[in-house]
Ligand binder design. Sequence first.
Ligand code: SAH
Ligand code: SF4
Ligand code: F3S
Length: 486
Amino acid sequence: MSTATTTSPSDAQATTDRQRFVYMETMGCQMNVYDTERMGETLAAERYAPTDDRTAADLIVINTCSVREKSEHKMISLLGKLRPLKEHNPELVLAVSGCVAQQEGERLLKKVPHLDLVLGPDQIPELPRLVREARDAHARAAAVDFVHRRDYQFAEAQAPTDGRVTSFVTVMKGCNKFCAFCIVPSTRGREVSKPSEAVVAEVARLADAGVREVTLLGQNVNSYGLDKRGRHGGDGEVDFAGLIAKVAAVPGMERIRFTTSHPMDCSDSLIEAFGTTPELMPWFHLPIQSGSERVLRMMRRRTVVEDYVARIQRLETVRPGIAMSTDIIVGFPGETEEDHAQTLELLERVRYSTIFAFMYSPRPGTAAARIDDDIPLPTKKRRLHEIQALQNGITADWMATFAGREVQVLFEGPSTQYARGAASNSLAKRPVGGPPQLMGRTPENIKVNVETHDFYALRDWPGRLARVRIDEVGRHSLNGSLIGFD
Ligand code: SAH
Ligand code: SF4
Ligand code: F3S
């Protein structure tokens, strides 16, 4: 099968039953986070407990991202830091999973002699076996085959026991779009949708465990179900809007979000769902990448700017106040000052709540990597800076509209500032024993911190929807006071 084993595993069953520890680090997107959680669950069944201390770990898993060169560098630098640990403790098993693992496969084992395992995203179910073989027989392996659509088994979230009130649920894997700049189709393979009954069952399990907000994940969730329906004759499965309706019907799941979408498949039914489904939160991340038609064509995005803007206008009509966000790539090969000006113009027109802007980074094997990366770094930097400066102003204007308003908040837990104070027992701003400060989010996904004199708040508030008055507007978060619970 998929595993290329460089030394032969002898006795895979030879396990001793002592408690072991795993240190995991996630470098990528939400789907990467979800995969880390699932790997943690399969390892827990093998008596690996999580630890934050690398030096105490029997197993280290680095779940990598390769979307930009920088993400790959992060992995290389961490592997370098881990080398002395491995030299010190040859029993330590070191694994690289995720998108760089998929991209590099066996090459990574050759390049990094202290690495034991390389595991692609489709091979997560193999992790416990490969770890056992590495531990007991020092077998090094690279498992990076894609699993065919018919045989694909989605990892599913178990009921969380950590009291969390928000959770991710992967609803599809892979991507069929092949945008010219993007490595994801080659690291995640083709689209496969998780059957809707499995999604609903997973969401119901999470709701039973106290989760109140779910974010449905996929590289391109708008094409959910297309691999099953329509084009191939159809077997009665739902599209993404249909899936949202099913998830919204799960008792106890108060809020639904999703990410990410390609504008091309942003269907009318999905837009209408924002008007008809109160559980679907008014926040929509719809990456455009550039405001220039010419650049979008070179990027193979199959998106027309005017259609895109018209869809946003329609969304704003069906769901007034909806927060839009986007991704922008600056300095794609051949991008002119005029193209760049059109991106700035688009930001002015749409007035996104937030954007994520990146400098173009050529990725191996992509269509764009074959064209010269001709925009000089200083130009890329300047354009990025101009985009960010413009957007900072737009975001600030948008945040200011919340001042004095009453908003709905779902409390998640202690605010980071408060938690940090408690963790370090510092006498800084929020000493232990001071009034608790909780963090929650508005429907638009803005963080809100609320201080209270209710000393049971940390225990009682998470998972509850409340009405909060906004007293203070920060750059990326709000401060408010509790009016009451819904
Ligand atoms: N599936 C998502 C994108 C996932 S990658 C979508 O289609 O929107 C997240 C973001 O990283 C992309 O939206 C893009 O803005 C950025 N990105 C992807 N490849 C990149 C590259 N080669 N260089 C710079 N940014 C890139
Ligand atoms: Fe990459 Fe495009 Fe697929 Fe998004 S839709 S993951 S940008 S290829
Ligand atoms: Fe990165 Fe892979 Fe996600 S490349 S963005 S971890 S799908």
